[in-house]
Write a protein that binds this ligand. Structure first.
Ligand SMILES: [Zn+2]
Length: 198
């Protein structure tokens, strides 16, 4: 077995990029463009960084989330009570379809925590201002590839609605990810846990 060291270069400005950690995405220090690889080819990724609104003492990190613009259409649903329990608020008026912004954790996190974060940040979208990187804060690696988001969006869609066991009997739907970007939300260490700093 041989290890091949590949020099990563920014697809935008051609500057060499030094990868400091195992990460699915690379940010160019020179021009700020983020890219990943799909089928061995560089692909540009849209991203934004949320501003810090709570000045915490120390230990601040950015956690990556895939923010998806999702269009959905519910073709058939059998729900006790006759309406969608949580997804209902995303439906367009007098329509079986709607649009929602999903926030999917893209870092290494336990399944229960993943579910909790994805649901809470999707049902109650975080309010944040966009700001430049704070380079003093670390960036937690993104481990979810851009091509995995459709599958994860389907999972979250069903999970949100199926939370109360026994209520949803059937859900037949179409779901399409219209666009996506990586959002880095700042967190800080408080005791043994991470608290939002945005
Ligand atoms: Zn560049």
């Amino acid at each position: 077995m041989t290890t091949r060291v590949v020099q990563i270069k920014c697809p935008e400005c051609n500057s060499p990029i030094t990868a400091r950690q195992v990460d699915m995405v690379f940010v160019c220090d020179a021009c700020g463009v983020m890219h990943t690889y799909a089928d061995g080819k560089p692909v540009r990724i849209e991203y934004e960084t949320a501003a810090v609104s709570r000045e915490a003492a120390d230990g601040r990190v950015y956690l990556p989330f895939w923010k998806l613009d999702v269009a959905f259409n519910v073709k058939r649903s059998k729900v006790k009570g006759g309406y969608l329990y949580k997804l209902g608020k995303f439906l367009d008026r007098d329509s079986s379809g709607g649009r929602m912004a999903m926030m999917l954790p893209a870092f290494d996190v336990a399944p229960e925590k993943y579910k909790e974060l994805a649901e809470s940040l999707t049902l109650e979208p975080p309010a944040y201002a966009v700001a430049p990187w704070d380079r003093a804060a670390g960036r937690v690696p993104c481990i979810v590839a851009a091509g995995q988001t459709q599958m994860m969006a389907d999972f979250l869609f069903v999970t949100i609605e199926a939370e109360k066991p026994g209520i949803m009997q059937e859900l037949d739907y179409d779901l399409e990810v219209k666009s996506q970007k990586l959002v880095y939300l700042p967190y800080y260490k408080a005791g043994g846990r991470l608290e939002p700093a945005y």
